[in-house]
Design a binder for this molecule. Sequence first.
Ligand SMILES: [Fe+2]
Length: 281
Amino acid sequence: MAARDAIDLGFAPTYGAGLGYRKELIEEFAQRRQELDVVEILADQWLGDPGYHGLRGVAHEFPTVVHGVGMSVAGAGRISGDYLAELRRITEICAAPFYSEHLAMTHVPGMDSGHLCPPVISEESLRTCIRNVDQAQDALGVPLALENITYSFSLGGDHLAAASFFTELVTATGCLILLDVCNLYINSRNHSFDPLGYLDALPVDRVVQVHLAGGVVASTGQYIDSHSESIGDGIWQLAAETAKRCRPSAVIVERDQNFPDMDALVKEVATSRDIYFPEGC
Ligand SMILES: [Fe+2]
């Protein structure tokens, strides 16, 4: 298969560090404008919003990057053209230079999994992912950045096979990477591998964005990316290692439940900024 030319990452500005925008915290975000370099909106939460007035307000107030959960890049079916057209509209409203999504399957024709499933590691699955990423990038009009997800079991091969799959997909499509440091940390703990070995197997020069979050440990001993806790020391240490290897455009702290006061979240943003942008944004 012919590889597409890699996209020069110089197209994306250096935004800096910020938070995942959550509608529950609209007032708090408005008050913290000066402490957030960028916010990340969840495109799927804004689908069908008449006129996108709320979204336009966010994009007016903050530099904004766009993230999604419903594309199912690793699913067997083709992506809905109507869905991609609306994502393009949302991306244009936010003036986002790329669109991020998970390297995952969330649905196949006729069935919705309800959560993010890892791709099957096979040649056939790789061809399907390449087809879907090509379709998405053509329809969106901006590059796609794919995020590494957590998985409780692997659909073929080990973590290096997964890294090799990811690398082949990035090389074939020229797409970008959203490196979720929390997800990498959790996978490395749950499946007993060296996260830096995984990173070494990835084209880290394609990392355009980073996610950081805190998780929990279940009674089974399994680490879970709950996005409900403050970011732990192990994740901060891994973040510092990744910062030696890649130059992201944006670093986003994700928090989806058990919201603390904004001081705690803004402090995590400031720590992220110090790690990834020590010379300023
Ligand atoms: Fe993430």
